[in-house]
Design a protein around this ligand. Structure first.
Ligand code: NAP
Length: 502
């Protein structure tokens, strides 16, 4: 099929999670024709895929939602996954988003056609083209599945946390959990309740903070329903308190990060009485270097006689269990891989081919992963990414960052229509200066200097994931679309604004 005969759209959004749903609502409000391509069979993105026991959000519910679609009915101050997914599904229904989603449609390739001035997408449901492409595929969507020697010989079940098999019952089983990140910290207490024996394989101890979660009372819900301003006030409280308490500690860990360590050490001391176990559970890096993990149940589950904490490193998997480097065999019926996601090395950039014929991966292999304002990319015209490079945060809601990007991309789409612009592409010098600024700021933060290995850094130690400042500063930057930072090609003729030859 040629580009000319393929199905044509003004805008295509890839992914129907928080980003895709929010973008679709705002585009529809502006009357912009678009379609959403979603590889799964429902909306929700990460909140559809992650169904492991105990899965919940460690950002307060009132903050972890769209500002224009607050949910007065949250049942807990930190919601569980099913409730977040139901919220997203309801928003998608209420705003008519579901009708615009093509489910089960996987994008295999996206290529910029510079002659047609369109993106050409090869999908599992055929070829389609669009003038503007929005990638809302999420950066925590590709499970990282490490290869352990002999894993194929294991006779039990192996499950990644993000690919949970709901039909598998861990009751009475001997269970291995590999990993001690945010997912494991939520899985371990729930599995511990049901399993006969639990073996947790820890490569790096995690800083565990006290959890402040509590059920939300009926009267509070009634109040939020009747007086929405009260919920807005609670949301604002959560937002501003996490900005002003957490950001200084994270960006300036030497001077202002000590309190976090004190709180986490006291929590560990209160919950784990055995000094030997406590020593194994005491991290050696600065708190915040990896995502802070709040839990009141994780450490007691680890300290329980039904649990073995293994720190000697995995050597290989055998048919009946896991052999560690000290030669011990841990017999288990199921292995749960809470081993995280491919973030800086995921496959999405391999699918996207820009104006000069190189994929985004090839460009990033040369220049490093980066974007302008976390949203647009030199050499990739009319392409916007939600939750793109250096929009990640460790202390507040990613939904806030996604919403901060929306006015930027909506103004771009609007300006294109108003001024007859066919092609917009950020200038490489603008993008380079922006990334220099980001790298200068991130260099002294806890994510770069805290002495840990995390998904925030790529294999070269380059931080292309974190926004290293207050999040309201990100929102302020993206309030206006700075068209002067972009090359423009007009629809009517081939005049090029700001560029000799694109
Ligand atoms: P993660 O933080 O990347 O943790 C992965 C864990 O697996 C680490 O403990 C890691 O050890 C271990 N691991 C990886 N490969 C291993 C190997 N080959 N052998 C032994 N151990 C190995 O992943 P995650 O827990 O899935 O969390 C990822 C992100 O998802 C979080 O940072 C957060 O942004 C998000 N998340 C959020 C929530 C929430 O409440 N909002 C909940 C879950 C996840 P090392 O530490 O030694 O590398």
């Amino acid at each position: 099929m040629t580009t000319a005969t393929a199905e044509q759209h003004r805008v295509v959004i890839i992914g129907a999670g928080f980003g895709g749903i929010a973008a679709s609502i705002k585009l529809a409000e502006q009357g912009v024709e678009h379609v959403i391509l979603e590889k799964l069979d429902d909306v929700g993105g990460t909140w559809l895929s992650n169904t492991y026991p105990g899965c919940r959000c460690d950002v307060p519910s009132h903050l972890y939602s769209l500002s224009f679609a607050l949910n007065p009915d949250w049942s807990d101050s930190f919601s569980l996954q099913p409730e977040i997914w139901r919220y997203l599904r309801k928003v998608a229904d209420d705003f008519g988003v579901v009708d615009r989603v093509r489910f089960g449609c996987k994008v295999d390739a996206a290529r910029w056609d510079d002659t047609a001035r369109r993106w050409v997408l090869e999908t599992s449901q055929g070829v389609l083209t669009c003038n503007v492409l929005i990638a809302a595929h999420g950066f925590l969507s590709e499970p990282s599945v490490p290869h352990f020697e002999g894993i194929e010989t294991f006779t039990g079940q192996v499950m990644h946390s993000a690919q949970w098999d709901p039909s598998y019952d861990v009751t009475g089983k001997r269970v291995a959990v590999i990993g001690t990140g945010a997912s494991a910290v939520q899985i371990v207490p729930r599995v511990h309740e049901q399993a006969d024996h639990l073996v947790v394989f820890q490569r790096t101890a995690a800083w565990i903070l006290p959890h402040r979660g509590r059920p939300i009372n009926d009267w509070e819900r009634a109040l939020y329903r009747r007086v929405p301003a009260t919920q807005r006030a609670v949301r604002a409280f959560h937002y501003w308190s996490s900005e002003f308490l957490a950001v200084p500690a994270l960006v300036d860990p030497q001077r202002r990060g000590r309190l976090l360590k004190k709180v986490a050490l006291k929590h560990l001391h209160d919950q784990v009485k055995d000094p030997e176990l406590r020593a194994k559970l005491t991290p050696t890096f600065t708190p915040g270097c990896k995502r802070l993990t709040p839990s009141n149940e994780y450490l007691p589950a680890i300290a329980s006689p039904q649990t073995t904490l293994v720190t000697s490193g995995i050597d290989r998997v055998v048919p009946n269990g896991i052999v560690t480097k000290d030669g011990a065999t841990h017999e288990v019926d199921v292995i749960i891989l809470a081993t995280g996601f491919r973030v800086t090395d995921n496959t999405f950039p391999e699918l996207v081919t820009g104006r000069d014929g190189r994929t985004m991966r090839e460009v990033w292999d040369g220049d490093g992963m980066g974007a302008y304002n976390g949203t647009t990319f030199a050499l990739f015209p009319n392409f916007f990414m939600l939750a793109g490079p250096n929009t990640g945060i460790g202390h507040t809601s990613l939904v806030y960052m996604i919403e901060a990007q929306l006015p930027y991309l909506l103004q771009a789409v609007q300006l294109m229509a108003e001024r007859g612009i066919d092609v917009l592409e950020v200038r490489p010098d603008v993008q380079a200066r922006y990334n220099e600024m980001i790298q200068r700021k991130v260099a002294s933060t806890v994510w770069n200097t805290g002495g840990c290995q995390s998904w925030y850094l790529d294999k070269f130690g380059h931080n292309s994931t974190i926004w290293p400042d207050y999040t309201f500063k990100f929102a302020r930057r993206l309030r206006r679309f700075d068209i002067e930072s972009y090359y423009q090609r007009l629809r009517e003729d081939d005049r090029v604004a700001g560029l000799a030859a694109v």
